[in-house]
Design a protein around this ligand. Structure first.
Ligand SMILES: O=c1[nH]cnc2c1ncn2[C@H]1C[C@H](O)[C@@H](CO)O1
Ligand SMILES: [Zn+2]
Length: 359
């Protein structure tokens, strides 16, 4: 019998975060202060109401409407000091939440409105991450993932930018934005370039669109991981009597151990899952897919790694062993060199869970 860990135990457990958007994780008070500095108009004028506005507006059941809220975060992240501050606070908040390794993504092309170059954007974010890691006393390791927007046409440029920063803090590439109507194959040249460069990438797929999007991401584009991938459930049939049948794509994803970057709270907000309790993560975990737990956008979902994991504990009766399994899954799937992944698993994650289990 697995005793349910309390929220405080979940907070103290080492956690790994692979899917978190820099422009989706600002502190409401920071959005307010930065907006005042640049004269950006916001829909609320105190931190509490603004936090509520983000959560309620994102709670629309539609990915497209969810994404509209980012106008107010991206709008205040257009200078190097603002990007550095947001990046530093991101690391501080994650470290305080018990995250020991994080890959944080954002789209550099969205931060050049006031004249920064793409390179200056990445440098400003890296400066903030370095400051945050130092402030956290080195208890967390952080890498950048550079995202290209799927409706735009800058993916090749962003892929080249990511590769040029590969030894300076950037570990991978991603595409994000509205999914329906913007298949990943539009960016095939970028993905082929990244493969030739032996670089890593993940693709948001199977969130607002179904199996064809996942199939393209894996079989045409060669994605190492899937952002969300929730709709893989459409290729799984549970028969009366409990027998489970996997279609060819679902079998492939499980056989190849392709990591699913699941973010339950976000998935409920965008309508990709009806509720946490009915989230496909329950069945996919039972079937031993390579499931990982993520926050996606901490501001829009008013969430954290602790909240996500604790919500799963309550919905599915998970114990510390399950949380450790999610965490090791995530660390195994990180875009960090193998020896560094192993060092965090053996040196931080396993001892951290062993200590909690011994209490
Ligand atoms: O869950 C998501 N699906 C698709 N796109 C997303 C999601 N969360 C954030 N984004 C977009 C909005 C951001 O401005 C962009 C880069 O972080 O990525
Ligand atoms: Zn995302």
């Amino acid at each position: 019998m697995n005793p349910r860990p309390s929220r405080d135990v979940v907070r103290r457990a080492p956690k790994v975060l692979l899917h978190d958007h820099l422009d989706g994780g600002l502190r409401p008070a920071t959005v307010l202060e930065l907006a005042r500095e640049v004269g950006h108009e916001l829909p609320a004028d105190d931190a509490e109401s603004l936090g509520r506005w983000f959560a309620e507006s994102a709670d629309s059941g539609s990915l497209v409407r969810y994404l509209e809220t980012f106008d107010h975060t991206v709008g205040v992240m257009q200078t190097a000091p603002a990007l550095t501050r947001v990046a530093r606070e991101c690391v501080e908040d994650l470290a305080a939440d018990g995250v020991v390794y994080a890959e944080i993504r954002y789209a550099p092309e969205q931060h050049v409105t006031n004249g920064l170059t793409l390179d200056e954007v990445v440098a400003a974010v890296q400066e903030g991450f370095d400051q945050g890691v130092e402030a956290a006393g080195g208890t967390i390791v952080v890498r950048q993932l550079l995202t290209a927007m799927r409706h735009a046409a800058r993916s090749m440029e962003i892929a080249q930018l990511a590769v040029s920063w590969r030894d300076r803090g950037v570990a991978g590439f991603d595409i994000a934005g509205a999914e329906a109507g913007f298949p990943p194959t539009r960016h095939l040249d970028a993905f082929e370039y990244l493969q030739r460069e032996n670089f890593h990438f993940t693709i948001h797929a199977g969130e607002a669109f179904g199996l064809p999007s996942i199939w393209q991401a894996i079989q045409w584009c060669g994605a190492d991981r899937l952002g969300h991938g929730v709709r893989i459930i459409d290729d799984i049939t549970v028969h009366d009597g409990g027998k489970v049948e996997l279609g060819l794509l679902a079998s492939y994803v499980r056989d190849k151990r392709i990591p699913l970057e699941m973010a339950p709270a976000s998935n409920v907000q965008t309508g990709a899952a009806p509720s946490i309790a009915e989230h496909p993560i329950g069945l996919l975990t039972k079937l031993r897919f390579r499931v990982t737990v993520n926050t996606d956008n901490r501001l829009m979902s008013q969430t954290s790694m602790t909240s996500e994991m604790h919500a799963l504990v309550e919905a599915f009766d998970y114990g510390l062993d399950d949380l450790r399994w999610f965490t090791i899954n995530a660390m195994k799937s990180a875009f960090l060199p193998f020896d560094e992944r192993l060092a965090i698993i053996d040196g931080v994650i396993k001892p951290g869970y062993a200590e909690l289990a011994a209490r």
